[in-house]
Design a protein around this ligand. Structure first.
Ligand code: DAT
Ligand code: MG
Length: 140
């Protein structure tokens, strides 16, 4: 195991429901450190570029539209084994299948409005962090 950084997004559904603080508490309670954070609103083009790996999926258009419904909070989380550990803190993609105690179980409304994103591998983490943050914003 090693110290890693992962890209987290608090999605529009969760920002709209005033859950930024509660989600950040879950992150910090899991001993993940928020080392960069900003609130922005994605355009459809931004969302399509961010989720381009899903371009062929039936849900791609809805997913990208949903990411533009309001502001998001993009953040970089740092910690031991952060990528896999944040996936565990988030819970399964579908809140209905997410384990009790996970962010998606507690706060997600549906697979379309599942409140958070987290990188799924070291390669995607590097790419996704660079999508939102410049080097000068990434300090520990
Ligand atoms: P995750 O966000 O857990 O990494 P993913 O990368 O497979 O999941 O999909 C990205 C997002 O797309 C997911 O958070 C919600 C949406 N999505 C995934 N599968 C879906 C489905 N079967 N129907 C509708 N939306 C879906
Ligand atoms: Mg994913």
């Amino acid at each position: 195991m090693s110290v890693q950084q992962t890209l987290s997004i608090i999605k529009p559904d969760a920002v709209r429901r005033n859950l930024i603080g509660k989600i950040n508490d879950r992150i910090e309670s899991a001993d993940l450190k928020i080392i960069a954070q900003k609130m922005i609103r994605l355009t459809k083009e931004h969302a399509m570029a961010f989720y381009d790996v899903h371009a062929e999926r039936s849900f791609y258009n809805d997913l990208c539209s949903n990411m533009t419904l309001g502001p998001i909070v993009a953040q970089v989380l740092d910690g031991e084994n952060a990528i896999e550990r944040y996936r565990e803190v988030m819970g399964a993609t579908n809140p209905g299948s997410a384990a009790p105690g996970t962010i998606r179980h507690e706060f997600g409304e549906s697979v379309d409005f599942n409140s958070v994103h987290g990188s799924d591998s070291p390669e995607t983490a590097l790419k996704e962090i660079a999508f939102f943050f410049s080097r000068i914003e990434l300090h520990r």
